[in-house]
Ligand binder design. Sequence first.
Ligand code: SAJ
Length: 439
Amino acid sequence: MNKVAVVGMGYVGIPVAAIIADSGISTIGVDIDERKVDSINSGKYPIEGFEPGIEELIERVVGNGMLKATVDYEQARDSDIWMICVQTPFDTLEMRPNFKALSGAIKEIGSVMKKGSVVIVESTIPPGTMSGDVKRWLEEESGLIAGEDFGLGHCPERVMPGRLIDNLTSYGRAIGGIDEETHRVMSEIYAKITSGKLTKVDMKTAEVVKTFENTYRDAEIAIANDFAKYCDAIGVDFFEVRDMVNTVESRNLHFPGGGVGGHCIPKDTWLLAHGSRGKYVPEFLIKSREVNDSMPGYVLGLMTEGGKRLGLDLNNCKVGILGLSYLEESDDIRNSPTLSLVEKMEGFGCEIIVHDHYVDRCEDVVLTESLDEAIDGSDVVIMMVAHNLYKSLNLSEIKEKMRTPLIIDARNVFSIKDLRNSELDYFSIGRGNSFSDFQ
Ligand code: SAJ
């Protein structure tokens, strides 16, 4: 194979393209966002957040000409392999996948792809999508037949923010090919990307591997959230319990928190449920999703309970929320629990200021990069993301700056000991601290 095209220059597509280019294969990254294309072509990684090794890798492969990016699919016309790494969100209002990016990419590819090429989807999709929509769109657009004139495959991405290159080059992969020839080509290219085990399966099995992988995590987090609510209700410290339960090697209780965000976990349960096309409804998994979606509301409940106990008029107070991104040390605000919390607070008349030093713009909130602006004169400070910066905050200094000393720690950023010594009034999710802790 002489040339690979990777469509979708996001946090999945960029390292995929760069690692293939670094293996000595001429690679072209395609994206509709000119800003990203220009950034990559200048040897820069266009996404914020901490990604070890990515800057040097891009600089090297762009510098030696093995990787270039473009907005023009024509420039990738002679690619032997197409890899699609675009987002596949789920529309929870319409209760169906939003395939705008996927269908757009596939139709563009269909209009230029050459006979004998192989199209591989890395994006997470409902089981049955490859042999359904994807195959149909490609055949309609190209006039070619999948499995005869071109290869078709699904190799779900498994990268995790903060560990992109490490994951990509070490994790095993499900190689879901339409036929033996596609399996051969996929095995050859993925052997250049990862040292992990490559397992040949059919396309639907590969689709299920990925949706199960994330739905499983969603359910694990929901268990932690439900346990934490239980512990709060009866005055037990969930984290103390968690440490003891997890001493059993087959247990792995996760962490409770103010919600489950990102563009993977919150949607993959719905993609999985959609994929069974009514033949089976995974009720437990859907309930887990609902538990996780309830957490921003739970944070709001702690705030209103605390405000009531302190005689706060929540219609005339200032709330400082620390953390907007969905995950610590990230700038990604997709499905951010903080956005859900702010939306739920719209009914109140309070002033809300959101701080996040990783996020430089968001139209939906009043955003500041100044911690003082978020904390000074506030009646409530809500810790929604465990950014490292927040872990070094001094609680006594916070108390001095606040008008009313109410802290809601939704990410267990502060130790209970420090909170107790701070003379602040507080709630931490799962710490079982009823208001008897208030001085
Ligand atoms: N979260 C909790 N409690 C936990 C873990 C996470 O509330 O114990 C929250 C986070 O705060 C965040 C959300 O869940 O809002 C998702 O966090 P995540 O750590 O799952 O990170 P993601 O969304 O980047 O998930 C990705 C997924 N990787 C892929 O889809 C390829 C997931 O499968 C990985 O397990 C996860 O990274 C990872 O382990 O880092």
